[in-house]
Design a protein around this ligand. Structure first.
Ligand code: KG4
Ligand code: ZN
Length: 348
C-alpha cells in the first residue's frame, strides 16, 4: 500500500493556504491563513463558561467540549473564508504543550482531514505558535527580533534568530505570569478566566501597595512569581485577621504593576543587549492593556520597535498555529499518521 505521505498534492503554490487547529486547553480554534500572514477566517468556540463554576479548566470537560465543537469550527472556518476543504494545502495542528485529552481531539481530527484530502499534516508547537502571531500583526516582520512570551504556562524572553532558530534568554524559575494572575484572581474572589478579570478590577484601583518585584535588578533575564503570589495572599489574610477591609481594586492594580513592570524592563534590556531593534509581545498575558502600554512606552524610549499582536491573537487561537504551520510547511516538516499529542514540548 502506498504511504499517505507519498500521496500529498499541494495546490496554491503562491501563498499556500493552511488550516490551523488548536485544542490545547479550553478553546476549540480553527483558522485559515494564506501565505502565513493573511487571516482568511478565525473561529474560536470556547468552553470557558463550563469551567468557570469549578474555578479552573477541568480537562475532561475540555476534551468533551472539543469533541462537540471541532466539526462545527472547521465548517465555520471554511464558510467564512469562502473555501472548500479541497482548497486547503496543509493541515497544521497543535501537538503540544497542553492537556493531553484536549490535544488528542485536534490531532485526531487534523489527521483525518489530511488523510482524506491527501494533504500534509503539520505538527506545531503551541509555544512557537504564540510567537508566530507576530507575523500576522506586522506583515513585514522578519527575524531577528526578541520575543517576550507571557502565557498561562510560560514566561520567557526568547531570541528569534531566524524563522526556525530560537534561543532562550531567560524564563520564570517557578510560576508563569498568567498562572499568577489566575491564582491572585482566585484569592480576590474573581471568576475564571482570572487574567482579564484581574485587569478589569485593576482599572478601578491605584498601585498603593508595595508588593515585591521579584528578581528586579538580579537573576539575569529570569523571573519569579511564586513569592509575589504568596505576598498577595498574605496581605489579604492579614487584613482579614485584623478585621481591616481590603480595597480589592488596589490589590489587583498593585499586583499587576509588580507582575508586569519587571517583564517590560527585562525584555527591553534583553533586546538592547542582543543588539536587535524589534521586540515582539505574545501569549495570553500580552492581551493585558497595562503590559502593552508599558512595553511600548519603555521600548519607544530606547528606540526599539514593538510588535503587539491584536488581543485575540495573543490568547489561544488557530491563526497563530496556521502562521507557524506555514513556516514548517516551507521546510517540509510533515508528520505521518502516527503523530501523537505531547503534554510538554521544549521551549527552544
Ligand atoms: O496563551 P494563553 O491563552 O494560554 C496558554 O498558552 O497558557 O494564556 C492564558 C493565560 C491565562 O493565565 C490568563 O489568565 C492570561 O493568559 N490572560 C491575561 C489576560 N488575558 C489572558 N492575563 C492578564 N491580563 C489579561 N487581559
Ligand atoms: Zn497559549
Amino acid at each position: 500500500m502506498q504511504k499517505y505521505t507519498e500521496l500529498l498534492t499541494p495546490k496554491n503554490t503562491d501563498g499556500e493556504i493552511i488550516m490551523g487547529i488548536e485544542t490545547s486547553c479550553d478553546e476549540t480554534a480553527v483558522s485559515i491563513v494564506k501565505g502565513g500572514r493573511e487571516v482568511l477566517s478565525d473561529v474560536i468556540i470556547s468552553s470557558a463558561t463550563e469551567h468557570a463554576v469549578f474555578g479552573g479548566v477541568v480537562p475532561e470537560i475540555a476534551s468533551r467540549a472539543h469533541t462537540l465543537a471541532i466539526g462545527v469550527a472547521v465548517d465555520k472556518a471554511l464558510k467564512e473564508a469562502g473555501l472548500k476543504l479541497s482548497d486547503i494545502d496543509a493541515f497544521a495542528v497543535t501537538e503540544g504543550a497542553g492537556l493531553l485529552g484536549a490535544l488528542l481531539v485536534g490531532v485526531s481530527y487534523a489527521k483525518a482531514l489530511a488523510f482524506s484530502e491527501k494533504k500534509p499534516l503539520i505538527p506545531v508547537s503551541h509555544i512557537r505558535g504564540h510567537m508566530a502571531a507576530a507575523y500576522l500583526a506586522d506583515k513585514n516582520l522578519r527575524p531577528p527580533f526578541v520575543a517576550l512570551l507571557t502565557s498561562g504556562g510560560h514566561t520567557a524572553i526568547i531570541e528569534v534568530k531566524d524563522y526556525y532558530t530560537i534561543e532562550h534568554i531567560g524564563s520564570t524559575l517557578d510560576d508563569a505570569v498568567g498562572e499568577s494572575f489566575d491564582k491572585v484572581a482566585r484569592v480576590l474572589g474573581l471568576k475564571y478566566p482570572g487574567g482579564p478579570n484581574v485587569e478589569r478590577l485593576a482599572k478601578e484601583g491605584k498601585p498603593t501597595i508595595k508588593f515585591p518585584k521579584m528578581l528586579k535588578g538580579k537573576g539575569g533575564y529570569n523571573f519569579s512569581y511564586s513569592g509575589l503570589k504568596t505576598a498577595v495572599i498574605n496581605y489579604i489574610h492579614n487584613a482579614e485577621q485584623k478585621g481591616v477591609s481590603v480595597k480589592k481594586e488596589d490589590v489587583a492594580c498593585s499586583f499587576q504593576h509588580s507582575a508586569l513592570d519587571i517583564l517590560a524592563e527585562k525584555a527591553v534590556l534583553a533586546t538592547l543587549e542582543k543588539g536587535h531593534d524589534t521586540l515582539v509581545l505574545c501569549g495570553g498575558v500580552a492581551a493585558n492593556g497595562y503590559l502593552r502600554e508599558i512595553v511600548k512606552t519603555l521600548a519607544d524610549k530606547k528606540g526599539i520597535k514593538t510588535v503587539l499582536p491584536e488581543k485575540r491573537y495573543c490568547t489561544d487561537n488557530g491563526s497563530m498555529i496556521a502562521a507557524e504551520g506555514y513556516l514548517q510547511y516551507k521546510k517540509g516538516n510533515f508528520a505521518d499518521l502516527t503523530l501523537n499529542a505531547k503534554a510538554n514540548v521544549p521551549l527552544c
